[in-house]
Design a protein around this ligand. Sequence first.
Ligand code: NAD
Length: 247
Amino acid sequence: MKPEIQANKIVILSGSGISVESGIPTFRDANGLWHNYSWEAVASPAGWQAHPEVVLEFYNERRKHAAEAQPNVAHRAIAALESAYEVIVVTQNVDDLHERAGSTNVIHVHGQLNYARGTSEGRKRYRINDAPISMGQLCEDGTQLRPDIVWFGEDVEYMTESRRHLETAAKVLVVGTSLSVFPAASLVKAARSRAEKILVALAMDKLPYGFRFMRGKATSIVPFLCQGWLAGGQNGDPYSDSNTTVS
Ligand code: NAD
């Protein structure tokens, strides 16, 4: 039996698009910066085995860039929802802009830039904030430190917990994700048919069933949506593109 929906609960499922207007590019865009290496080469265990120094340099740069970025009005509007709702942010993002905007329940399914971990099974994590990781810097178990990021082919974190939150949410907002990275993208399927479900992005190939598509920038649409929810109702849909509602 499915758990009860909680009328006061909102789950946000965010992806890299929400941080674009804070100046953090999506990986597709960031890839261009890393001329000789494909994104997979810096985000897979095979890439780490082949050239760990390049992988560390890539993430050191991403970490520095993320530390310099500021949360935008979309991150802040989501944080403000906590004044009236239980809000869980499930993010694929590795930056900490949701936390810095004030969100207090943030689940990072793909890891976080400001943590490092060893490479053994034990995987002790260390908070490093914006500090770089160097070759030769070791975990206390003697293994080389690496970014605490989930790479292609590695287990995504907190999936069961995230799915449970989606199953009990009365409102679900998906923002800034192409829903093309699995298994995180499959989380949308856990949203209930009776929940109010909205997806905000610049483009979407295939809209998940039951979601209303609002095409546009996160900073234009998310504050408007959140204000609607804080005012106590379901949202109007001036940007809605109902023709794209396909399963
Ligand atoms: P994606 O690149 O697959 O999709 C980005 C989505 O954001 C697209 O649907 C696009 O239409 C939308 N978008 C772009 N600009 C937008 C804007 N201004 N407002 C609203 N929407 C906008 O990204 P993804 O789905 O997050 O998956 C890629 C992976 O990259 C994720 O696993 C994530 O971990 C990682 N990543 C994270 C960061 C970060 O932490 N900020 C940055 C780059 C990549």
